[in-house]
Structures are given as C-alpha cells and as structure tokens.
Design a protein around this ligand. Structure first.
Ligand code: GLU
Length: 507
C-alpha cells in the first residue's frame, strides 16, 4: 500500500471545466494507469462564496464522457472518504492549531476595514500591493503583535479570526519538479496566507496539504498557475512534520491562445469561435450557456488524444494514440515546460481522423441526436447507410446534419440561382422527358438510375455535365454531397421525382 501510486485531480467546482483541466485529469489518469495506481477525484469546495450549484456534477459528467473515471471520488467513495473538502471541515482545525502552537501560524483578528486601511496607508509608488507579511504583521491586530492577554480576551469574546501562516524572512525553500527540475523560492516575497478562515473552513493552501497527506497522495500534477503557491505548501509540509511524505510535484504548462499570447481563457473561445470547455456549461446565475466540445460534436477519444499531445510527445512523429497506447507511452518527464498553443484546426483534424475510424453502426448512434433535432429517422439501417456515405465529409458529429440533411427531408432552400444561370430549353426538355422514365424504371438502384440518365443524355444529345449539376442541386439544395445517383437511390423514386419537378417548376 505504501508504495502504491496515488494521484488526484482536485478541482474547485466553480464553473465549466476548461480543456486545460481535462488535460490535467488525463495526465493524472495516464500516470495512475501506467503504474497500476489509483486516480482520485477530490472536490475542493471550501470557498463557500464561490459555490456554484451543479458544478460538481458537471465535472463528474465530463470525466465520464472522456472515459477518465476516478477510482475514488465523492460519488464512488473509497478508503479515504469523504472526498469533498466541505465534508472534511472538522479535520483541518487541529492542523492549523498545531501550526499556531509551534509558532508557525497565528491568529489574526483584523476586520475587512482594517485590512483595507493598511493597504491604502502603505500603498505608494514603490509598493503597489502592500501585503500582510513580515513587514506589516507587527502593526496589525494579531496574536504576534498583541499580548497574550489581549489575544485570550479577544478569543474569549468570540471575536472572528483567521489563522495565517507566518512566512519566514530570508529563507529559501526548494523542491524538484518532475517537469521543471529544481525550483527555489525566497520566502520573503510571499505574504502570510490565510490557512483557516473565519467560518472555520480551511483555505486551499491548508486543505491541499492536509488532504494530500491524509489521502496518501504520491504525485501531484497541477497547472503552472499554482507554482507561486508552492513555497507556502512546502513550508506547511515541513512545519506539520510530514516532509518525508510529500508527493512529487509536476506543474503542467499552460494552454495558450492560438497566437501564443497568454493563457487560453473561456472568453477566447467566444471570441475566436471554438469551445474551451469540455461540455456545454450553463451558468446557473446568468443562464448563459458556454459551448462545449461534446455538444459541438467532438468524439471523446479525439478530445482525449488532442489534449494528450498538447504539451507532450513521446519523441516520435506519432499523433494518433489509443488510450492503451497513451498509457504505455506517456511520460511526465517528457511534458514540455513551455506553454502549448491551442490550434482549433488541428483539434478538428483529430476528430475527423477518429470519425473515419469508427464503424458506421457506432457512428450512426453518435450522429443520431444531431439529425433527430431536425428530422425523424424512420429506419435505423437507413441512418447507418447515410452515415457511411458521408462520413469522409464530416469533421464534427454536427456535420452529419449539414452534410446529410437532404437524405431525410427535402432541402429547406435550393440554390435555384445556380441552376438558372445556365438554364435553357434543352435542359428543360431533358428533365421533362426523363421524369416519366424514372417513374417507370423497373428497379430503383443507383446503377439503374445512372443507366437511365446516361441513356437520356444520349437520346437528347446533351452533355452529361450540363444536367448533372442541376440534378444535384435539385436533390441536395446545393453543389455538394456524395454521388448524385446514390442519393437518388437512397431517397427513393417518389422523393427524387418530386424534388426534380418542384425545382423545374420554379425555373
Ligand atoms: N483546487 C485547485 C484548483 O482548483 C487544485 C490545485 C491543485 O491541484 O493543487 O485547481
């Protein structure tokens, strides 16, 4: 048990799950699977002000969709339950108290106004952001600055307080990051972070250390944005006497905007026209829905694959990896240090590849909801056949409607103008004389329709190409789609004749 690899994804459920978050999950998952270890989902919901209804379930659903399910979680339980920090509230106080007793933390009674006052008083051109730290703490209302009696009196009066870490001055703390190598921090620059809040809840800093320890986490992979907090965490591991149990850390590179300038944010998705969240996220407060990869028609396998290679490669040229291959090839030390630019065109390329790999039955099942939004599907086999005919034209599952709507309903609009441009009596004559022949064709297959078409072309002495494009537009609505005789065969005699006649009547 002691040597078992245990990793965790520790999200704060405050909104949609960014693709960077899913990549963190993926790297954790791959590492756990590779080492025969456990992957844990721990919900870090200690900030009551940021509580968002439905956000935890949403994360659970995202992980399910991606096929990255945890071994232990609030939903599944496990030997270290509960896995929701709000339900572990009673555990943290003792550790904060231990730190106070050892002189590494202290009670701070300052009110919001007093904190504001300190900041505005000390703010100047050299110090834009005055901190609660070694330089200010002795001028504030806390158990280091007050006498023992004053502190006890405040505590006895139930004065609200927080517990802050006492960051040492001029010390260097360091650790070896699995991706970045040795990293050291000067403790002087970091403020005295709050560890325990006035409501008795721990902050992230205390809870993450206590829970990584209690849950016997061996490796902690998280986003690069957490690197500045590492010094506080290192000190806590040390002060709590757990240094030998500290997990190995890896700080994953940021996912950058397509132009490489800055972190990809959810707002960039809106602006640049691609999703940033794994699944649609409906903000319960604003009612706004932010688009997700799933609903847009990405396959989870493709999504996972494209995230795997966003910041990692195994040194080869390979781009398409099955989950099994990823588990085999992934290595945390080959994760890049620098940020990875997100390329939506490349993301779509992955999806296209995975769509081509799927068999038609499976694809029909996946494409069905995108079609059923607009049209009824009468025959399951019909859908399978359609999907087989158009899949090479589809990049997203939603494309199955855009590329195949005419198999299910007559085109909502037909590009009459494109036919009209070159319409003449000869063409009119061609269709007028071909329609009755279609009606009496003994069998209705693409070969027989094509043969009849060719015969009519000969008979009317017209060029095949001249009537082929109008026929396509009549059946499909525009200049696209698979073989036109295959389409006619699929939609049936009645529908084919109807669409031709209806269009001709408008010309
Ligand atoms: N709760 C933190 C977050 O929301 C977890 C960071 C960590 O993995 O330590 O990302």
């Amino acid at each position: 048990m002691a040597n078992e690899v245990r990793v965790r994804f520790a999200p704060s459920p405050t909104g949609g799950l960014h693709l960077g978050g899913v990549r963190t999950v993926l790297y954790n998952y791959l590492f756990a699977r590779q080492h025969g270890g456990k992957f844990i989902l721990r919900v870090e919901d200690t900030d009551q002000n940021r509580f968002v209804a439905g956000a935890e379930q949403y994360i659970v659903d995202c992980l399910k969709w991606c096929g990255l399910e945890p071994d232990e979680s609030p939903e599944k339980g496990g030997p270290f339950a509960p896995y929701r920090q709000s339900e572990r509230k009673h555990l943290y106080y003792q550790y904060a108290q231990q730190l106070v007793d050892k002189g590494h933390a202290y009670y701070a009674f300052d009110t919001q106004d007093e904190l504001e006052d300190m900041r505005s008083r000390l703010k100047n051109d050299d110090n834009h952001n005055p901190q609660y730290d070694y330089s200010t703490r002795m001028h504030m209302k806390n158990s280091l600055a007050l006498s023992r009696e004053e502190t006890v009196a405040l505590l006895n009066k139930n004065t609200p307080y927080v517990i802050r870490i006492k960051m040492p001055q001029n010390e260097t703390v360091k650790f070896t990051d699995m991706i970045r190598g040795e990293i050291s921090f000067d403790t002087t620059i970091t403020d005295d972070k709050v560890l325990l809040k006035a409501d008795g809840m721990p902050t992230y800093h205390l809870a993450v250390v206590v829970d990584d320890y209690l849950m016997q986490i061996t490796h902690a992979f998280r986003g690069e944005e957490w690197l500045p907090s590492a010094s506080v965490h290192l000190l806590l591991w040390e002060y709590l006497g757990w240094k030998d149990s500290m997990p190995q850390w890896a700080h994953l590179p940021l996912i950058l905007k397509p132009d490489g300038h800055g972190k990809l944010s959810k707002r960039d998705g809106d602006r640049l026209g691609f999703p940033v969240f794994a699944m649609n996220w409906k903000d319960p407060k604003t009612g706004e829905t932010i688009a997700g990869f799933r609903e847009l028609g990405f396959l989870p396998e493709a999504f996972v694959n494209l995230l795997a290679v966003l910041g990692w490669n195994d040194g080869s040229e390979q781009e398409i990896y099955s989950m099994e291959e990823l588990i085999q090839h992934f290595s945390i030390s080959r994760v890049h240090k620098g940020g990875a630019k997100f390329d939506y065109e490349k993301a779509k390329w992955f999806n296209h590849q995975y769509i081509q790999q799927k068999n038609n039955e499976e694809l029909a099942h996946l494409a069905r909801p995108y079609i059923e939004t607009y049209a009824e599907i009468h025959e399951p086999q019909y859908l399978v056949d359609v999907v087989g005919m158009i899949k090479d034209r589809c990049t997203l599952l939603s494309d199955f409607w855009a590329q195949g709507h005419f198999f299910f309903i007559a085109p909502a609009s037909t590009d009459i103008a494109a036919i009209k441009e070159k319409w003449n009596d000869a063409k009119k004559q061609f269709f007028a004389s071909w329609i009755p022949k279609l009606n009496s064709l003994p069998d209705w297959t693409h070969a027989s329709i094509e043969a009849s078409f060719n015969e009519e072309v000969q008979l009317q002495n017209i060029k095949k190409g001249e009537v082929m494009l109008p026929l396509r537009i009549m059946l499909v609505g525009g200049k696209y789609g698979p073989g036109v005789f295959e389409i006619a065969a699929m939609i049936g005699r009645e529908e084919t004749v109807q669409r031709i006649s209806d269009t001709v009547a408008k010309l």
